[in-house]
Design a protein around this ligand. Structure first.
Ligand code: ASP
Ligand code: MG
Length: 409
């Protein structure tokens, strides 16, 4: 007998009909002899609706009250699914996060899970029941309701799977898996049968928003096999584990991109110890996250320093940098907020040379100018002008033959 945690997102439980079809799916799985724990999101749009209601009441509601409010969406769906299961003759019991109990710290609206009590769930499963748990929420040591951050139901599912030592955690969503890149940019993008946690983290943090990043980190930490699949179509989805598939010869698993980038450059900075700190310290103090950093040395003992930030932080970062420029006696500050980052991701890169040159050749043959380059063990990122994003993604997708099926099923 296998134990599965199934998580259904907001669109999968967005209406009475959809909740009924989730119930059918769960019943079918249980009938095959498996133990099933279901984690649900709120109905699609519900969490946003609740947040909007709060804003009408008070400009800055306390985070404690926000959590009491926004945790209710999931309480609705778990109760409804349990009813739907009862209706078709399937024993089921619903729990809020606090009832389970999912113990968190007290950081309202972005709490971290500290421990999960699996006793009640185990007893129910052993009694042949489907256990239905509200995602996205927990309770702190004082009994206060907490939530885990937007998209947090994914993390609830992974955490329950880890606590119960489930065989797999299935994330049912409105896409049928993880793709080689965004199909809206490259229609030839292909679903991957398998991807590693490390690759998934790079793909997710670079903008392939299939899973909450924290849930992938959690799954990696506790070695929970994760599978992303469609709620609406049959299929095996994408499996995310540590192992590199033996059958795959792909060097690159996917092309990720991020449209929200902006870059800033400060030139003619005296090349002295502490300069990087003097430039980036005030940026960090302003809570602005820095992504890529490049420093280059000039002949005249000065240095040029370039970094990227989120586009929303561009003007703020530029103002701070102009102040640093004067203080450091540097030459000038320039910037560009019409840039994007495109990255190739793949664990195959570790053991193969020449990947970077294939990448640069593909971009060159399309006449795309590379403005910045950064590499890590399993990723090469370039910054290019915004207008080249689609062209760059498609050129790289073709250069690494990602449209071709080279995986074993
Ligand atoms: N309902 C929450 C949200 O919209 C949690 C989730 O769906 O994962 O963010
Ligand atoms: Mg979600």
């Amino acid at each position: 007998m296998a134990l599965y945690v199934y998580k259904f997102g907001g669109t999968s439980v967005g209406s009475v009909e959809r909740i009924k079809s989730v119930a059918e799916k769960v019943k079918k799985a249980q009938a095959q002899g498996d133990q099933i724990v279901v984690v649900l999101s709120a109905m699609s749009g519900e969490t946003n609706r609740l947040i909007a209601l709060a804003k009408e009441m008070q400009a800055q509601p306390t985070e404690r009250e926000m959590d009491v409010l926004i945790s209710t969406g999931e309480q609705v769906t778990v109760a409804l699914l349990s009813m739907a299961l009862h209706e078709i003759g399937c024993e089921a019991v619903s729990y809020t996060g606090g009832q389970v109990k999912i113990l968190t710290d007290s950081t309202y609206t972005k709490a971290r899970i500290k421990a999960i009590d699996d006793i009640k769930m185990r007893a129910d499963l052993d009694a042949g029941k489907v256990v239905v748990v509200a995602g996205f929420q927990g309770v702190d040591e004082h009994g206060n309701i907490t939530t885990l951050g937007r998209g947090g139901s994914d993390t609830t599912a992974v955490a329950l799977a880890a606590a119960l030592k489930a065989d797999e955690c299935h994330i049912y969503t409105d896409v049928d898996g993880v793709y080689t890149t965004d199909p809206r940019v490259e229609p030839k993008a292909r679903r991957l049968n398998h991807i590693t946690f490390e690759e998934m983290l790079e793909m997710a943090s670079l903008g392939s928003k299939v899973l909450q990043i924290r849930s992938v980190e959690f799954a990696g930490k506790y070695n929970v096999a994760l599978r992303v699949l469609s709620s609406f179509e049959e299929g095996c989805g994408t499996l995310i584990t540590y192992e590199e598939s033996q059958m795959e010869s792909a060097l690159i698993s996917g092309i990720a991109f991020n449209r929200d980038e902006a870059k800033l450059t400060i030139t003619g900075v005296p090349d002295l110890p502490g300069v990087a700190y003097k430039i980036l310290g005030p940026i960090a103090d302003a809570n602005i996250e820095v992504d890529m950093i490049v420093q280059n040395i000039a002949d005249d003992a000065t240095t040029d320093f370039t970094f990227t930030v989120h586009r929303n932080d561009y003007l703020r970062a530029k103002t701070i940098l102009e102040e640093s420029c004067a203080a450091l006696g540097a030459r000038k500050v320039t910037g560009d907020n019409a840039i994007v980052k495109v990255s190739i991701v793949g664990v195959g890169m570790r053991s193969h040379a020449g990947i970077a040159s294939t990448m640069f050749k593909a971009l060159a043959s399309e006449g795309i100018n590379i403005r910045m380059i950064a590499t890590s063990e399993i990723k090469i990122s370039v910054v290019v002008d915004e207008k080249y994003l689609e062209l760059a993604v498609r050129a790289l997708h073709a250069a690494f033959e990602l449209d071709q099926v080279i995986e074993a099923a």
